[in-house]
Design a protein around this ligand. Structure first.
Ligand code: ASP
Length: 468
C-alpha cells in the first residue's frame, strides 16, 4: 500500500490509507488512546480502543518520537472532537494494523516549542532533533523557496549559473583563508574561496556576460556572534553594465522575492534610496542606516543602497586597505588621485542594506591591468607578490576584457532579517558555534598520524608551540 502524507488524508475520507511518521503526542485514557502522528506535512490523530484489544495493547507501549506505520480507514471525528486548528482536525484514523519502525530514547529537550529558551550548545549538539522543531522546518522550507525563486528569476533573464572551484587560491575579502594541504604537492596548499570573486570576473573574460551562483564562501574570522565560517551568497556578475544596472536588477529581485514569498511585508521605500557614503555618515552616523519608518514593526523592510564609498580605508591592522576588495574600480575622475592622495579616491562600490544590516556588497571592477597593478602597489604588494597572487587575472585582462561588475547578497543574512530571526544560525541547517566548532560532528578534530604524514604535515605540540 502506498504511503499517504498526513496533510492529504482528509481527501481519503472513508478510504483505507497507510501513514508513517513520528509519535508526536500520546493521550492515554486507559481504554482509549489518542496518538498524534507527525510527518513532514502535518499531524494526524490515530485512535486505538477496545474494539481491537491487540492493537490497543501495542499502542500502550508507544512512546514519544517512536517511528510507526499505521494503516486503517479515515473517519469523520465526532462533532465535539473537531479541532479547527489543524488541517486534519475533522478526521481521524482507526488503525487496523500498527508497526513500530524505530524506538526512541527520551529527547534531550522539547521540540514542540520555538526553542529560543534552550541553550544553543545542546541544540547544536543534537541539531538533527532541533530541526524537528516546527520553526526550523519552516525556515528550511522558506530558504529553499527563496533559492528556487532566485534561480528562476535569473534563468528567465538569461543568466547562467556556473559552479566555481572550492579548492582554489586565496581571494582577499578581508578575512583569513581556510587552507587545504596538497598531498601530491608537498608543502603547497589550496585555499577555500572567501568568495568566487576572481572566478566570476574571469568568466566575464570568457564571454559568459551574465553569471550567477548560489555560492558557498569560507572565511576564517575571529569569533563573532553573527558570523559563520561558511555561508551562502547569491553571487552575481555582469558584463557591459553600469552601477545603476546592477542596483536596478538587485532591487527588482528583492521586491519580487518579498511580493511573492513574504506578502505580509511592507517595503519602506521603492525605489530603494541610493545614499552616498558621505550622506549616510552625516545623517545616520553609519554606513548601514536603518531607514524604516517604524523600527518596531516586524513587517517593515527598509532597503537602501550605499554608494560613493572611498576606495580605501584605514583599519586596526593596516594603514591602507580596500574598503571593499582590491578589484573595485575607482571613479574615473578620481584615478589621478591614485598617484597623489589615494585615500581621497572614491569608488564604484555599492552596499545593499536592509533594516540596518549589510545584506550584500559589490562594485564595478577594474579592467585595466595597469590600474589593477597600481592598486596592488598602493596596498603594499611587491611586483613579484602581485604576479604570484594575481598573475592569472592580470594575464586574462590582456585578452579582451569586457567592462563588468556585480554584487553578492548574503542569503543567510537576508533570510534572518526577513524571518525576524535573531541569528543566521537559525536559518542554516547545520551551523557552527561562534568559535567555529560543530558540536554535533565534533569538528574540528584530530586526524591520524598517518594522514598527517601523507600530507607532509607535522603538528607542533602545545609545549613546542609555546617555546616559539
Ligand atoms: N565578492 C564580493 C563579496 O563577497 C562581492 C562582490 O564584489 O561582488 O563581498
Amino acid at each position: 500500500m502506498k504511503r499517504i502524507w498526513t496533510s492529504k488524508t482528509p481527501e481519503y475520507l472513508g478510504k483505507k490509507v497507510k501513514v508513517i511518521g513520528w509519535v508526536n503526542t500520546i493521550r492515554s485514557h486507559g481504554k482509549i488512546i489518542f496518538i498524534d502522528l507527525r510527518d513532514r506535512s502535518g499531524i494526524l490523530q490515530l485512535v486505538f480502543d477496545e474494539k481491537n484489544e491487540e492493537l490497543l495493547s501495542l499502542a500502550q507501549k508507544l512512546r514519544a518520537e517512536w517511528v510507526i506505520e499505521a494503516t486503517g480507514t479515515i473517519q469523520k471525528r465526532p462533532k465535539e472532537m473537531i479541532n479547527p486548528n489543524i488541517e486534519t482536525g475533522e478526521i481521524e484514523l482507526y488503525p487496523d494494523s500498527l508497526k513500530i519502525l524505530s524506538k526512541a530514547k527520551p529527547l534531550p529537550f522539547a521540540i514542540d516549542t520555538e526553542g529560543y529558551e534552550i541553550s544553543e550548545e545542546i541544540r547544536l549538539k543534537y541539531r538533527y532533533l532541533d530541526l524537528r522543531r516546527k520553526r526550523l522546518q519552516k525556515n528550511l522550507k522558506i530558504r529553499q523557496k527563496v533559492i528556487q525563486f532566485i534561480r528562476d528569476f535569473f534563468q528567465e533573464r538569461g543568466f547562467i549559473e556556473v559552479e566555481t572551484p572550492l579548492l582554489t587560491k586565496s581571494t582577499p575579502e578581508g578575512a583569513r583563508d581556510f587552507l587545504v594541504p596538497s598531498r601530491l604537492h608537498p608543502g603547497e596548499f589550496y585555499a577555500l574561496p572567501q568568495s568566487p570573486q576572481q572566478y566570476k570576473q574571469l568568466l566575464q573574460v570568457s564571454g559568459i556576460e551574465k553569471y550567477f551562483q548560489i555560492a558557498r564562501c569560507f572565511r576564517d574570522e575571529d569569533p563573532r556572534a553573527d558570523r559563520q565560517p561558511e555561508f551562502t551568497q547569491l553571487d552575481i556578475e555582469m558584463s557591459f553594465v553600469e552601477q545603476e544596472d546592477i542596483l536596478n536588477l538587485t532591487e527588482e529581485l528583492f521586491i519580487k522575492i518579498i511580493k511573492n514569498l513574504f506578502p505580509e511585508k511592507k517595503i519602506t521605500k521603492i525605489p530603494f534610496p541610493r545614499i552616498s557614503f558621505k550622506e549616510a555618515m552625516e545623517k545616520y552616523k553609519t554606513d548601514r542606516p536603518d531607514i524604516r519608518n517604524n523600527k518596531k514593526d516586524k513587517n517593515e523592510l527598509g532597503f537602501c543602497f550605499i554608494v560613493d564609498f572611498f576606495l580605501f580605508e584605514k583599519t586596526a591592522e593596516k594603514e591602507i586597505s580596500p574598503s571593499h576588495h582590491p578589484f573595485t574600480a575607482p571613479k574615473d575622475e578620481d584615478i589621478p588621485l591614485l598617484d597623489t592622495d589615494p585615500t581621497k579616491a572614491r569608488s564604484w562600490q555599492h552596499d545593499l542594506i536592509c533594516n540596518g544590516q549589510e545584506i550584500g556588497g559589490g562594485s564595478i571592477r577594474i579592467t585595466d591591468p595597469e590600474i589593477q597593478r597600481k592598486i596592488f602597489r598602493i596596498l603594499g604588494h611587491s611586483k613579484e607578490e602581485t604576479e604570484q597572487k594575481f598573475g592569472h587575472l592580470l594575464r586574462a585582462f590582456q585578452y579582451g576584457v569586457p567592462p563588468h561588475g556585480g554584487i553578492a547578497p548574503g542569503i543567510d543574512r537576508f533570510l534572518a532579517v526577513v524571518l525576524g530571526e535573531p541569528n543566521i544560525r537559525e536559518v542554516i541547517a547545520f551551523p557552527k558555534t561562534g568559535d567555529e566548532r560543530s558540536l554535533m560532528m565534533e569538528t574540528p578534530a584530530k586526524v591520524k598520524e598517518g594522514q598527517l604524514k601523507e600530507l607532509h604535515i607535522k603538528v607542533l605540540k602545545k609545549k613546542e608551540k609555546r617555546k616559539k
